[in-house]
Design a protein around this ligand. Structure first.
Ligand code: BTX
Length: 325
């Protein structure tokens, strides 16, 4: 319930100082027993709370969970993440977010799960989403954009994610067009951008982000061991997922607003500084063909431009790319 969230938020915000159960109960018109019941529930969820006579409740430690209170204590956005739906386990946050967007979910509503049992990537490929190890989330955003501007939101998100990781961990990932974030040549994050639109306007973008955070080698299934990595594997440290989510939401809101107001060119500059593909030999696998050329960069619409060996230029909308040494 909302009151339960508020109570947990207060406990967090008190930073180790006691919260009076009586005062909180009065403020919300509840009994002290109701408050005590919430405290018991928190303890069952893994929070350690001390009850100090005549003073109140003190939060001693919180479990490693990306629930609303844990994320919201770090939040510095205007809209994004103000409403958070949290799941211990669900098939796919992307499906839930789609339904919610159809049912008019607000701009910035976030769906996060500790675990997905049917996480998906592009073209319904499976996305491995191990319990408590990563960030598996979908956000509904309602930017004022034309439908043809929607695919660039993948690049906006990529820039926001890389920036957030840099700020929080000092690790500098690279972006692999269009939707992967890599560290030392291995996939660390995948982005899935989906659209609900009228012919002339975007109604909602459902942005799915799958990020490997605290996996160790053993946590990856055999088929991913050589192609996937996590922040922990690269930086040698466990990362606070809630803090990272709040940081991502901050930059996502900032850069989405920038894109709405000023178009793609400032995003393109940021993107190019993180992608570093100019001049690289690229093999692009598309649905109907595979081509090879050298990268010129991305166009003003976010398409990948390749210079072919015969001198012609091809602009690619979507593909799986391989960057050759
Ligand atoms: P993609 O199609 O670019 O990448 C999918 C491919 O990535 C898979 O075929 C597999 O080879 C590889 N892969 C699978 N799981 C992982 C992993 N954990 N780490 C690295 N590589 C992996 C990328 O699609 C977009 C993924 C979006 C996932 C988010 S999670 C929240 C939301 N809910 C949901 O179901 N999807 C999105």
């Amino acid at each position: 319930s909302n009151v339960k969230h508020e109570l947990l938020k207060r406990l967090f915000e008190a930073n180790g100082a006691p919260i009076s159960g009586q005062e909180f109960a009065d403020e919300y018109g509840l009994s002290r027993t109701a408050i005590w019941k919430y405290i018991k529930e928190f303890e069952e969820e893994g929070y350690e709370i001390a009850s100090i006579r005549k003073k109140g409740y003190v939060l001693l430690s919180s479990p490693d969970r990306i629930n609303a209170a844990n994320i919201q204590q770090h939040l510095k956005t205007d809209h994004y993440g103000k409403i958070i739906h949290y799941y211990e386990s669900c098939p796919s946050t992307q499906l839930i977010a789609h339904d919610a967007a159809q049912a008019n979910a607000d701009d910035g509503t976030l769906f996060v799960a500790e675990e997905q049992t049917a996480g998906k990537g592009r073209m319904s490929r499976p996305w491995n989403s191990a319990a408590q190890k990563g960030i598996w989330m979908s956000i509904v955003i309602r930017p004022s954009l034309m439908p043809h501007q929607a695919p660039q939101m993948t690049l906006v998100a990529a820039v926001a994610i890389v920036r957030a990781i840099e700020e929080l961990t000092g690790i500098e990932p690279t972006i692999k067009w269009p939707n992967d974030i890599m560290i030392s040549g291995k996939k660390m994050t995948g982005i899935l951008t989906e659209l609900q639109a009228d012919p002339d306007r975007v109604k909602a973008i459902i942005l799915g982000i799958g990020m490997n955070v605290n996996q160790t080698e053993e946590d990856f299934p055999i088929e991913l061991k050589s192609i996937a990595t996590s922040l922990r594997l690269e930086g040698g440290q466990v990362v606070d997922r809630s803090r990272l989510i709040a940081e991502i939401l901050y930059y996502l809101e900032l850069y989405t607003t920038m894109y709405e107001k000023h178009g793609f060119s400032p995003i393109k500059l940021l993107w190019e500084s993180y992608a570093n593909i100019e001049g690289k030999r690229i093999r692009a696998v598309m649905l109907n063909e595979t081509i090879e050329g050298s990268a010129i960069g991305i166009s003003d619409d976010g398409l990948l431009e390749l210079k072919m060996d015969d001198g012609s230029v091809r602009a690619i909308f979507s593909a799986d790319i391989e960057i050759k040494k």
